[in-house]
Design a protein around this ligand. Sequence first.
Ligand code: ADE
Length: 224
Amino acid sequence: MRIDIISVLPELMESPFRTSILKRAMDKGLAEVHFHNLRDFGLGKHRQVDDEPYGGGAGMVMMIEPLDQCISELKAQRNYDEVIYLTPDGETLNQKIANSLSIKKNLIFLCGHYKGIDQRVRELHITKEISIGDYVLTGGELAACVLADSVIRLLPGVLNDEQSALTDSFQDNLLSPPIYTRPSEYKGLKVPEILMSGNSKKIEEWLHEEAVKITQEKRPDLLD
Ligand code: ADE
């Protein structure tokens, strides 16, 4: 999978892709992430990328020319499955969206800034708008990292068996059951007997029951 991320602050996103599982995915050639500084497509001596909104109001708007040039240049080089704009008014990210994106080949992520992008960029290029939750960040960069992480970890070969994404919370619309490791007792707190019984069928049943119980308590909406 190849992800091209367009941003005015690409340096903000460097470390998540240089660390741990995402780094390994890149080193193994399972994912490629390329950053594009929108400033490189900025207008004039000052490499302008934003301007005042028509009709007035507070905040600046990301201009159409730099965005169109950057996206068009990328599109001329390969076919993209989706051009995704990270914005608080997009569809809220969930596991289903991450799963569906993980089978794509080429994706563009556009990080919004200021008040947002000129509406015509949406009409021209954007195929999907994604929010990572009902709150407003300073820009789309951290949201792009969250989205990329949720997708890249699903690519075959990125996680090993123990980390398998198949047992994640949300994959079957259930939250994860409680987990324990040694010691079997700490400050009077005991690990449930069943987990140490060695009876794998019983353990599996117990884990499923716990997952349903926890989902009922914390996120009943997932069971609807
Ligand atoms: N940009 C600013 N806030 C955002 C959010 N919640 N999700 C995605 N992009 C954003």
